[in-house]
Design a protein around this ligand. Sequence first.
Ligand code: JEW
Length: 288
Amino acid sequence: MRIDVITIFPEYLAPLGVSLLGKARERGVLDVHIHDLRAWTADVHRTVDDTPYGGGPGMVMKPEPWWSALTAVTEAGPDTVQPTLVLPTPSGRRFTQRDAQRLAGLPWLIFACGRYEGLDARVPERARARIPVEELSIGDYVLAGGEAATLVIVEAVTRLLPGVLGNADSVTDDSFAVGAMSGLLEGPVYTKPADWDGLVVPAVLQSGNHPAIARWRRDQALRRTAANRPDLIAGLDPADLDGRDREVLAELEERDREVLAEMEEWDRETPAETDRDPNPPPSPSTSP
Ligand code: JEW
């Protein structure tokens, strides 16, 4: 896979030259090129931004340097394959593991890292008439530019390439990956020593009873998913749940109902704040 990154902060992308990615690059699986957008400016000040039409805060990236850069980078690459332009933006579709898998199957990705309030909208519009363009958001928070999002997407994609990760099996069963535990978060993992300062690894994992281990792991995955990602539980296909799965989830829902009932009781029996003594007498402490 070939990856080009265009940015006004090429030093920000330095991690792409080291460690795991470095190994893949040495093996020829991955070919990464970082470009300084300012190389395609025409004025003495190397200007890449200007004020927004219609007014408002901040600056917008000028289209001409971007179009020159994209044209040059596209023409410098292989002429046998088509590039896909990846535009990290807070206004894009959410980037998921499915996107990572799909992008990992493509031969050539060009990442355009914006800054300020983003690129002039005519850049992706014009690029779309020539090549596939993917406007992607890595999450619902606002970064200062596309560089960190590019590092995230490049790492998620390249770890799926053969030769990037040493152990090809360890990419198959992780959280969000497709497989037996699809749609669930991973449960806790342990390694030696079995007893670490009195904290012991759950006995079932040391039992050698593989069906029991698989069941325990699924219980843990269900519990953790219900606690941290109720949206994923809601999205599960009922056909993927067995009897024990339903039992675990029913138990968690029952605990939820008990806590809710307790809170409603507290609400009924506690006077409103406006009716309460702001300086109550000290009550007996229950702290350890
Ligand atoms: C992200 C690229 C480039 C992605 C995710 N655009 C824009 C923009 C920015 C701040 C406020 C409003 C719009 C900054 N910015 C980026 C932000 C990607 C750029 C400029 C980004 N969050 N933030 N998931």
